[in-house]
Design a binder for this molecule. Structure first.
Ligand SMILES: NC(=O)c1ccc[n+]([C@@H]2O[C@H](COP(=O)([O-])OP(=O)(O)OC[C@H]3O[C@@H](n4cnc5c(N)ncnc54)[C@H](OP(=O)(O)O)[C@@H]3O)[C@@H](O)[C@H]2O)c1
Length: 295
């Protein structure tokens, strides 16, 4: 069985991770809790040592009701139940910014107090004293759109020992500049795929020049976004998949990893077969000709 190390590794600030990781957003979709636990354990068994998550990733559905008898499952709690005590080399990257509470529903943390409350939620859900990596995930606004207060709040929590390393998500280059002036940034997590947001090519290079990891989400989903894997594959992608005897989704992932050594993949799945296929995609070698036909 192909191991996540086949994709190579990257030094994420102070820690080294395999470039093929796992995204936990989809782990609460299937009501079968045992299956979710199995998928998470299998990911680690297959060498995944970088898991992306968030405190608000939970069973899909209507408004949050904490009096519902415990049917709401959080990705973080599944991760803890499946993997704690955590392997020494496992890096769990979570995010703050978007949050949810029973009174307000979904909201965006704007104040240092809200950021701190979300960090504390993640600590509690994951059952740790210190979070490995926390991304500030923003909703961009045109024009002047400072993240200094929110990122500064995270930097203070890092100084206080609640977080080891910091990143930013859904950002532009000016946000990265602003954050780096406050504290080291180890990763940038933005939406990007073979057929989506190719303006990010330049941002990937900027991150590579600064030693920052670029972690794309929606590499498989593409323009379907939260809707799930796209079926809209180009002829070039289909042809490469046929030539390699793999699926178009695997080609999409392999293509992402070929863009730059600082690209870390975090494909999201609750399906054990897809998990194994995604990890195997880290071993697919695309030739310059193949990459050219896709581009
Ligand atoms: N920072 C942010 O704003 C942000 C936003 C979105 C996501 N994220 C993170 O990024 C991760 C990746 O994003 P994502 O999960 O939304 O999208 P994705 O990884 O591009 O695609 C996931 C979708 O594709 C399906 N899939 C996965 N592997 C497959 C395969 N080998 N063959 C066929 N279908 C496959 C999954 O369904 P199955 O479960 O059926 O496999 C799921 O519907 C998330 O899990 C989350 O951790 C971050």
């Amino acid at each position: 069985m192909i191991n996540a190390s086949a994709a190579g590794s990257w030094k994420l600030g102070e820690v080294t991770v395999n470039r093929m990781g796992y995204g936990a957003m989809r782990i609460t979709v299937n009501p079968d809790r045992d299956l979710a636990i199995r998928v998470l354990r299998r990911a680690v068994e297959l060498g995944v040592n970088h898991i992306d998550t968030a405190g608000f990733y939970r069973t899909p559905g209507g408004p949050l009701n904490l009096d519902d008898g415990g049917s709401v499952r959080y990705a973080n709690e599944l991760i803890r139940d499946a993997l704690a005590p955590y392997p020494d080399d496992l890096v769990i990257t979570t995010k703050v910014g978007p949050g949810e509470d029973p009174e307000r529903g979904f909201y965006q943390a704007r104040t240092p107090a809200e950021i701190r409350a979300q960090v504390e939620t993640n600590l509690r859900q994951l059952g740790v004293d210190c979070l490995d990596v926390v991304n500030l995930r923003i909703i961009k606004k045109p024009g002047a759109d400072s993240i200094a207060e929110r990122f500064g709040a995270l930097a203070e929590l890092r100084d206080a020992g609640l977080i080891r390393q910091l990143g930013v998500s859904n950002v532009r280059a000016d946000h990265i500049d602003e954050a780096e002036a406050i504290a080291p940034v180890v990763c940038v997590q933005n939406g990007y795929a073979i057929d989506m947001r190719r303006d990010q090519d330049e941002l990937i290079r900027l991150c590579a020049d600064r030693g920052i990891a670029y972690t794309p989400f929606f590499a498989i989903a593409g323009t379907e976004r939260e809707g799930g894997a796209t079926n809209d594959h180009s002829e070039a992608v289909q042809a490469i998949a046929t030539a390699h005897g793999v699926t178009p989704q695997q080609v999409r992932l392999a293509w992402t990893l070929h863009q730059s050594p600082n690209v870390l993949a975090i494909p999201g799945t609750g399906n054990p077969t897809h998990l194994e296929q995604n990890i195997a995609a880290g071993a697919i070698h695309l030739t310059p000709d193949e990459l050219a036909t896709v581009n």
